[in-house]
Design a protein around this ligand. Structure first.
Ligand code: CO
Length: 153
């Protein structure tokens, strides 16, 4: 019996998974979310929000000791985050982002294993200025996974 495509890919060593870079939180209002994290949770380092038109979102990072929170607000009705907010109007946990040493090797391994890499599988420059990809939640136990090249490389 021939091994399945997924089993064959799993047999090849997966490229290394790096550190948790951030947790993405979708919100209808970055301002209201920042107030919650600052005033209720005690966040002290809130970065300046900025637009990321390539992904249809406005982004605000909150620094933690060991990671970041990425607040994402839709830039318009066609934003993927706008569709998320239709299902979760108050906002919610949207994605988890890990760093990887080689984004193309990670992408190729995922595709070989049968996973769907969004946006045609082509890495796009993300909020940290490095290439990122997103893996479909149906392949990741219901979690939208973002992988990003390690910053500073
Ligand atoms: Co992100």
């Amino acid at each position: 019996m021939f091994p399945s495509r997924a089993a064959a890919a799993a047999a090849a060593a997966a490229p290394a998974l790096g550190r948790l870079n951030h947790v993405g939180i979708a919100t209808p209002s970055i301002d209201r979310s920042v107030a919650r994290y600052r005033d209720l949770l005690g966040a002290t380092v809130v970065r300046e929000p900025f637009d990321l038109p390539s992904q249809g979102v406005r982004v605000c990072f909150i620094d933690l000791a060991n990671s970041q929170i990425e607040l994402v607000e839709p830039l318009g009705p066609d934003s993927p985050v706008a569709r998320y907010l239709e299902r979760h109007p108050g906002g919610g946990q949207h994605h988890v982002c890990f760093e990887v040493p080689d984004i193309l090797a990670a992408r190729d391994h995922l595709v070989a294993g049968g996973a769907t890499v969004l946006m045609g599988g082509e890495p796009r420059i993300g909020a940290h200025g490095v290439p990122t990809i997103f893996v479909h939640p149906r392949d990741m136990g219901g979690v939208l996974i973002e992988l990003m090249a390690e910053p500073g490389h």
